[in-house]
Design a protein around this ligand. Structure first.
Ligand SMILES: C[S@@+](CC[C@H](N)C(=O)[O-])C[C@H]1O[C@@H](n2cnc3c(N)ncnc32)[C@H](O)[C@@H]1O
Length: 389
């Protein structure tokens, strides 16, 4: 039976979103680990994970698990894999290594080199020719992990990170990574029927991901994956899964998705991104300060990522932005659920709202909290809680 071991990597704290998506894809033996989720299934599940996972950044298949103490044992262990099943002399490979808590293999570059030598020697024995190394765009990207005396070797099915869906036109100033935005959205419990807004939408990542989610668009449908070049790639199966994904996609949506930002350039980018993702008809955008914004429909759900000073330049009045968000939430979002991503505890308190839940998550290298507020539905102001940031 074709039962493989996979690992879907994601940002720390976002593992529950990945596990939930994997469950829906029919993956088996799902186990949450730090920074990712292990699962099992046939090749089909690995393909589905690449095509459909919104919240993960890569999917890898485990090829080897073992115990090694020094470079020779590493070489022997890697050479024990039948590499002729995975790579031809005409193809290229790269081994990316990370090593931790190991004396003899502490230089990850050296560990990668030993592993690469073992692989090319196995191929050369049979073919008298060997695959070459391409660290930029290898046919077979491999990930080697050595921690203490434990070795894991994966082949990376995804290639380019899964957050690169192909819709973001250019790199913007302080965007939220697509996979992180999707994971936060999935973890928020948005039911895809409640009107949703982002009053500080920047380049619009939450809104595009919300639109893609609610219209069942497969995030990987318009990109290329490393496994498509592999010798054991099943093109028929892959085309069938892509066809099924195309059939599932909806092109209309009843639920309003609304974005605003006071920065005209940000809204121009957001509109361009939505257009590229083919969801521009499903989202409305307004250039306005949150302080004054009245969304076209009453929002029942708010997701937002206000500036918190780690990635943006000088001159932004951060406190003023957080106060504006607090006043928007109280004035325009009575009865709604709001989720706010904060990377700065001192700023959060300027919302003047009491948090109902706080989930630790990493946004790239930044330690953040994904914070839920249950907004009071009525004329009374929310009691501020300065201790609650
Ligand atoms: C960290 S960025 C949001 C990034 C966004 N999630 C994305 O995907 O690109 C914060 C945004 O808040 C906007 N902003 C700050 N203060 C604002 C205010 N008072 N009203 C509206 N937008 C504001 C900024 O212009 C910036 O685009």
């Amino acid at each position: 039976m074709d039962e493989r071991h996979f690992f879907a990597a994601c940002g720390r704290g976002l593992e529950p979103a990945v596990a939930g998506e994997l469950r829906e894809l029919g993956a088996q033996r799902i186990e949450l680990r730090r920074g990712g989720v292990a699962f099992q299934g046939p090749q089909r599940v690995g393909y589905l994970a690449n095509l459909w996972l919104r919240s993960a950044i890569r999917v890898q298949e485990e090829l080897l698990r073992g115990t090694v103490r020094d470079p020779n044992e590493l070489y022997e262990a890697v050479a024990s894999v039948d590499w002729n099943r995975y790579i031809t002399p005409e193809q290229t490979l790269a081994v990316y290594a990370s090593t931790r808590d190991t004396e003899e293999l502490r230089h990850s570059g050296f560990a990668a080199l030993r592993a690469k030598d073992a692989i090319v020697d196995v191929i050369r024995q049979r073919h008298q020719r060997r695959p070459s190394v391409d660290t930029h765009d290898p046919d077979v990207p491999l990930k080697l992990i050595v921690q203490r005396d434990k070795l894991l070797l994966y082949r990376d099915l995804s290639g380019r990170s899964l957050h690169k869906r192909g819709w973001r036109p250019i790199q913007v100033r302080s965007p939220l990574n697509e996979a992180t935005a999707a994971a936060l959205l999935l973890m928020s419990g948005w039911d895809q029927r409640t009107p949703l807004c982002d009053p500080m939408c920047g380049s619009g990542t939450f809104l595009v991901e919300a639109a893609m989610l609610a219209t069942r668009r497969a995030p990987g449908l318009h990109r290329y994956f490393a496994f498509e070049r592999w010798i054991d790639h099943d093109e028929r199966l892959w085309e069938q899964l892509r066809e099924e994904a195309r059939d599932k996609a909806l092109f209309e949506l009843d639920v309003p998705l609304m974005g605003a930002d006071r920065h005209e350039g940000a809204i121009a980018l957001a509109m361009k991104g939505a257009y590229e993702a083919d969801v521009d008809q499903l989202i409305s955008y307004t250039v306005i300060d949150a302080e004054r914004w009245k969304p076209p429909s009453k929002p029942g759900f708010v997701v937002t990522n206000p500036p918190y000073g780690e990635r943006i330049g000088e001159g932004d009045d951060l406190v003023e932005s957080w106060r504006a968000l607090g006043s928007f939430l109280r004035r325009a979002c009575g009865g709604a659920t709001a989720w706010v991503l904060s990377g700065n505890r001192d700023l959060t308190q300027h919302l003047g709202l009491r948090a109902a839940e706080r989930v630790p998550v990493m946004n790239g290298p930044i330690d953040c909290r994904w914070i839920r507020y249950a907004l009071f539905d009525g004329p009374r102001e929310q009691p501020p809680d300065a201790q609650d940031g």
